[in-house]
Design a protein around this ligand. Structure first.
Ligand SMILES: [Fe+2]
Ligand SMILES: [Fe+2]
Length: 282
């Protein structure tokens, strides 16, 4: 497996079992694009799958959304949350279920999902504040954040012990995981993640943002979508590590101006990340 490769696709094909997304996600996508379809109809599609529906209701009733009234049905959830947010909750529930079998593999999946969900929430919030032209709805940034590290799950699934060894080495040597992955395999989880997103037919701009979330620096500096995910990934990691000084320096003046943010926006974003970090339910 070791050695340089220019096309990660070739190697990945040999071992990666990229699962397919449940039909309901594609159906929801089509309904959301149809202006004649109402929110009740969108909720009804999710209600057809009872285990998924109860998971979605649990998430909609979690502290994060903070509704004063209890969300009792999928139609109710769709009306309160909006179609795209509901689709995102369904996507999250489906993808988490997809990799449930990796429990006990020696990797803390709960921590990985907490990081991913928190990053999704921060990307979504930041996208709302940005005045730069993003070309994607703010809700799509939740998808980018949620799935930015999905390549780690697929690598763990396909490579098992070989991959846990790489994660262990990165931790022992205190080096970035993507760097150690590239040394060992010739590609890293962002390469794999963008292939997964493409396989799931997510918009090309979402695939690209996932692909470049660890650089190169030019991609982060020139594409506002990549800038959002790269910087929110860093911010969330630093907040989780309790390093507030480092967290406040993530969005520097250059990034702030590039994304069209005010200094108040930046202060709010950092504060929000610290507030919600303990409210992420996995
Ligand atoms: Fe990553
Ligand atoms: Fe990450």
């Amino acid at each position: 497996m070791a050695g340089r490769v220019s096309q990660p696709e070739d190697l990945i094909r040999d071992w990666a079992r990229i699962p397919t997304l449940p039909q309901v996600i594609a159906r929801l996508g089509r309904l959301l694009d149809d202006p004649d379809v109402g929110l009740r109809e969108i909720g009804a599609v999710v209600a057809e799958d009872p285990p998924l529906a109860s998971q979605v209701l649990r998430t909609a009733n979690s502290a994060y959304y903070g509704f004063a009234q209890r969300v009792v049905s999928l139609e109710h959830a769709a009306t309160l949350l909006g179609g795209r947010v509901l689709r995102n909750i369904v996507l999250q529930a489906s993808v988490m279920k997809m990799f449930k079998h990796l429990r006990g593999s020696g990797v803390d999946l709960q921590q990985l999902w907490q990081h991913s969900i928190l990053t999704g929430q921060m990307c979504w919030t930041l996208a709302f504040r940005c005045r730069a032209e993003l070309g994607l709805a703010p809700e799509e940034f939740y998808v980018i954040g949620l799935l930015h590290d999905i390549g780690k799950f697929v690598m763990l699934d396909g490579l098992r012990a070989e991959y846990t060894e790489v994660l262990g080495a990165a931790q022992r040597e205190d080096r970035p995981i993507h760097v150690v992955e590239r040394e060992a395999f010739g590609f890293h989880h962002a390469d794999v993640g963008s292939l997964v997103a493409d396989h799931w037919k997510l918009p090309p701009l979402v695939c690209e943002a996932i692909r470049y979330h660890h650089g190169p620096r030019e991609a982060v500096a020139s594409d506002p979508r990549v800038s959002i995910i790269a910087n929110m990934n860093l911010l969330v990691s630093r907040v989780r590590a309790g390093d507030m000084l480092a967290a406040t320096s993530v969005i520097d003046d250059q990034v702030r101006q590039f994304l069209g943010l005010s200094t108040d926006d930046v202060a709010d974003i950092v504060l929000y990340a610290t507030e919600i970090q303990d409210h992420v339910e996995v």
